[in-house]
Design a protein around this ligand. Structure first.
Ligand code: SF4
Length: 569
């Protein structure tokens, strides 16, 4: 069994966790004018590969075996070993050395894919709706080409299976299933959502090897339902074998990792009870790891990976330990959270931060953030980064699509929640990285967009020293909205949405990158170099590109930018 992931998912990103988004950056523009200056300098490259490869440095390996791997891949590895596969039969390969492990005896190659075709929200934004090829897609493609070449050279009949949360993308570009030679694509029961295959890792690989998934047979009793999908695209028909698995394992059925994860990631919960309509996490049942299980995984990372930090994966950390059905107004369970973070710090790590949390959860109990901050030793020299969904400044949209995200507050209180939460988080040395959704369910009006712009401007003027970044993402139809259409950034960018994009990047440039990122790079030449590059790439360049785009589009778009410059800068 060979498990693998491409370079963008197998890089320490020089120790800068924020940089792990860099895979979403555009790599190639196949439509670039051959007479242009940029074609002369960079050919088809958009973000120069030399810069990308420098930041996305390859992970260490031992004879081709990856020393660290994405957390989800580590879970599958742990499941195989738990379920009876021998250590010598399972390898987690470094992407640059995968050829070493593929031969006639290889049964299955399992690839872990989060954004295989560059259709994730961040990537779609950076590549103008996939008009350019992102590094996520570029390196995933390269991995599959290497696997195919190794199979051809050695006569291997290994079945290549794509798994993890990004496999839904193959439904939108099924030609890639053929091009990459995929035997199967793993999906959740309903499609879309990444299945929790780690609960049944051994059984799943047994079934693949035994050929049980070769044909679709609705009468066969199996946990793994095979569907041969047919897609017609531009007069061509493509087929893909999709393997559905819909069981959600209990915490005791979820294996504990046995080798170090990337970035020291450990999980503390699965699912989220808040029910935002645009999110597929919420379709999963809510489960929490007990503190001891979290500690065991951190200890694996410390002992075998020498890691000193724990990046705590959580869909909304402030939901940890509560029962959304019985807890009035989603009131956070402060005791459970304190116990969790005390347990994490008791392992001896130096730094921890949760991946995600809601703004409403952060302030629903006024002692919560101060108490956790003390436990995890947050300070001016130890900032706690957390990703929070800002989504929109529109009261109408937040009420319609994510009202429980605000609980215990009401949609009308959303602006107050945002402002108060930023203040509370910053005062306790937390820095939120906000994501916004552009074109939410293709239902965002220009008035909604201007409400977002005004809210951002109010934050900047009322709390000028506040620290936060904002990343606009284009709407992707997942979760309860999976039947909707993608937001088409190329053709549906009205002046209001262009304004949101301009305002968010202007904020990052002026208040985020220039003002605060410089501090991150101090005393460290590599970080300093990275953040200087990031400031130039993510800051100034997109702003001028948007101004140019507005000029091309005409008066209304230009007027939106001018209005922001005059009223909201
Ligand atoms: S709070 Fe976050 S994780 Fe939970 S349902 Fe909403 S978007 Fe999804």
């Amino acid at each position: 069994m060979v498990l693998a992931a491409d370079r963008t998912l197998m890089s320490p990103y020089r120790g800068i966790s924020l940089a792990s988004f860099f895979g979403c950056a555009p790599a190639l523009d196949f439509n670039r004018d051959h007479n242009s200056f940029w074609y002369y300098v960079l050919r088809n490259q958009v973000t120069p590969r030399v810069l990308f490869d420098f930041i996305c440095n390859p992970i260490d390996h031992t004879n081709g075996v990856a020393n660290y791997a994405p957390y989800g891949l580590r879970k599958v590895e742990a499941a195989l070993l738990r379920d009876g596969y021998r250590q010598e039969d399972v390898v987690v390969s470094h992407p640059d050395h995968i050829e070493k492990f593929i031969g006639p005896e290889t049964e299955v190659v399992g690839t872990y894919e989060m954004d295989p075709l560059g259709m994730g929200p961040v990537t779609m934004t950076f590549t103008y709706g996939r008009k350019q090829m992102s590094y996520d897609e570029f390196y995933n493609r390269e991995l599959h080409m290497r696997i195919n070449a190794a199979k051809a050279r050695t006569g291997s009949k290994a079945k290549v299976i794509a798994g993890a949360s990004g496999t839904w993308q193959y439904n939108y570009d099924p030609a890639k299933i053929e091009e990459y030679g995929l035997y199967g694509v793993v999906e959740g029961e309903l499609g879309g959502i990444g299945p929790e295959i780690d609960g049944a890792g051994g059984r799943f690989f047994d079934a693949i090897i035994a050929g049980e998934c070769d044909t679709a047979n609705p009468f066969r009793k199996s946990q793994f339902k095979v569907e041969i999908k047919e897609f017609v695209r531009n007069d061509r028909t493509f087929h893909g074998r999709f393997i559905h698995y819909g069981y959600e394992p209990s915490v005791s059925e979820i294996p504990t990792i046995v080798n170090p994860s990337m970035h020291g990631m450990v999980e503390v919960m699965r699912g989220c009870g808040r029910g935002c309509k645009f999110c597929d996490v919420t379709l999963r049942p809510l489960r929490y790891y007990p503190v001891e299980k979290v500690q065991k995984e951190i200890e694996v990372n410390m002992k075998y990976g020498g890691l000193k930090n724990a990046w705590v994966h959580s869909d909304d950390i402030f939901v940890y330990g509560l029962n959304p059905r019985t807890t009035k107004n989603m009131q956070p369970n402060r005791e459970a959270l304190e116990e969790l973070f005390k347990g994490i710090m008791a392992t001896g790590i130096e730094h921890t931060n949760p991946t995600h949390g809601t703004l409403a959860g952060a302030i629903a109990d006024e002692r919560l953030i101060p108490n956790i901050s003390k436990i995890i030793r947050a300070s001016p020299d130890n900032h706690i980064g957390i990703q929070c969904g800002f989504e929109t400044g529109s009261i109408r949209l937040i009420g319609k699509y994510a009202d429980r995200k605000l609980a215990p507050y009401k949609p009308e209180e959303w602006h107050w929640v945002v402002k108060t939460a930023i203040k509370t988080l910053n005062e306790n040395y937390w820095v939120p990285a906000f994501t916004l959704i552009m074109g939410l369910d293709n239902d965002e009006t220009q008035e909604d967009s201007w409400e977002t712009i005004r809210l951002l401007h109010e934050l900047e003027t009322e709390q000028p020293d506040s620290m936060f970044t904002t990343t606009p993402l284009t709407f992707v139809p997942i979760g309860l909205l999976e039947k909707s259409d993608f937001f088409d950034i190329g053709n549906t960018m009205d002046p209001g949405k262009l304004g949101v994009m301009y305002k968010t990047w202007q904020h990052n440039f002026k208040y985020g990158i220039k003002k605060f990122m410089g501090r991150v790079g101090r005393n460290n030449p590599i970080k300093d170099f990275f953040f200087t590059q990031l400031a130039a790439t993510l800051g100034g360049v997109p702003l001028s590109a948007m101004e140019k785009f507005a000029r091309r589009k005409g008066f209304e778009h230009e007027h939106a930018i001018e209005k922001i410059k005059a009223k909201y800068l």
